[in-house]
Design a protein around this ligand. Structure first.
Ligand code: SOE
Length: 379
């Protein structure tokens, strides 16, 4: 695994826990953790349960005893590492968004399709696809339970940037992160909507805004918990992204992504309205799904709350008894499970790098539309 920040920790937990709850076709060996600083990588490896550590990803991806490379580093390193790993015959799991630019994502997708023809697979880590209630929403909608889809409302709302004295993390630097709220959390919204509905974003019309244009630079550390210095740096990404969209199956959508939604900690909200019913989800209540069935008797109609913790719900049966619920980390374990099952079956895991590229094109179209003030832009 490359990287041991927030995502490295989440993925480490998944690699360790998945084999305890799922019957996997292969036993993951957490072999090497790679970080830029040898000392921090070694300390993180011990804490997170990796056998060894390294500060040289090139040497690690070339090693014959490595079968799979999990990329949890910032976006500016994804393309180079993923392409090198795939060319060296290693399966790849790469964090979202796939890349910082469409050109990088195209190169990655091309490398993945060459590798797949040799039985080497790549997956992009849109982990929320594997939250049971989101997977179940997809099952309901794909089974036609809400009829013809007409309206989608997606909002990914966080507030961890509200404090204007919060430091300049790598996520606020376009060169490292590609974009701001748009790529960090808007990408989840784009992927989840396409996954759930089976429709792709065809045209978008968007606006971006940066509310806080300068922040204290970090003297030490890379994240919000780092030590700020007295110098200030320029924020080069969006703080908020908004767009309307036309989907391939005729539905229309509004999407909002911001890390300035005061009071909203991780509210990823998705609502789908169809000719026969509707489905609504909020990640802050991630074990629940609201379902409105227009076929219910007139006097009994209303959204019903389904607790998505039954053995018949996706993934839930592998964990705790009915009603005990799952959390943020479980989706990453489901991701590990599905990845290993697909690799063992010689099947392309989803979302593929081609899916990641398609999301990247949507993000790019939003940026183009926002920059030009040009209205509808083809994704
Ligand atoms: C930060 O906004 C972040 O950690 C995202 O990068 C993740 O993808 C999301 O799962 C939670 O929020």
């Amino acid at each position: 695994m490359i990287g041991h920040g927030f995502m490295g920790v989440a993925h480490s937990q998944a690699w360790r826990v998945a084999p305890r709850f799922f019957d996997l076709p292969a036993r993951p060996v957490m072999s090497v953790l790679v970080g830029r600083d040898a000392g921090s990588a070694s300390a993180a490896a011990q804490r997170l349960g990796w056998e060894s550590s390294s500060d040289d990803w090139r040497e690690v991806v070339a090693r014959p005893d490595i079968d799979l490379v999990d990329i949890c580093s910032p976006g500016d390193s994804h393309a180079e590492i993923a392409i090198a790993a795939l060319r060296a015959g290693k399966h790849v799991l790469c964090e979202k968004p796939l890349a910082n630019t469409v050109a990088e994502a195209e190169a990655m997708s091309e490398a993945a399709s060459v590798a797949a023809s040799r039985g080497v697979y790549a997956m992009v880590g849109f982990s929320y696809r594997r939250v049971p209630a989101i997977t179940f929403a997809r099952d309901l909608i794909r089974a036609g339970r809400i009829g013809t889809l007409r309206r989608v409302q997606a909002a990914y709302l966080q507030d961890w940037l509200v404090d204007e004295n919060g430091p300049m993390t790598w996520r606020l630097d376009k060169d490292r992160a590609g974009s701001g709220s748009l790529g960090d959390i808007g990408a989840h919204a784009v992927d989840a909507v396409q996954f759930i509905t089976g429709q792709t974003f065809e045209q978008v019309s968007g606006a971006l805004e940066t509310f806080v244009r300068e922040r204290p630079l970090l003297a030490e550390g890379i994240g919000l918990g780092g030590t700020p210095s007295t110098e200030r740096g320029v924020v080069t990404v969006d703080d908020a992204a908004y767009f309307t969209a036309r989907l391939s199956g005729g539905a229309v959508a509004t999407v909002e992504a911001t890390r300035f939604a005061t009071g909203r900690k991780n509210a990823f909200r998705l609502e789908f309205s169809g000719s026969r019913g509707a489905v609504s989800f909020d990640l802050e209540r991630m074990n629940e799904l609201e379902f409105y069935d227009g076929d219910d008797p007139a006097g009994e109609q209303g959204f019903r709350r389904i607790l998505v913790t039954e053995p018949e719900h996706p993934y839930a049966g592998a964990w705790w008894p009915t009603g005990h619920g799952l959390g943020y980390e479980h989706a990453f374990s489901h991701q590990v499970r599905d990845l290993l099952v697909d690799i063992a079956a010689g099947r392309q895991p989803e979302p593929s790098f081609a899916d990641g590229l398609q999301v990247q094109r949507v993000l790019d179209a939003v940026e183009t539309s926002a920059a030009n003030g040009s209205g509808w832009t083809r994704a």
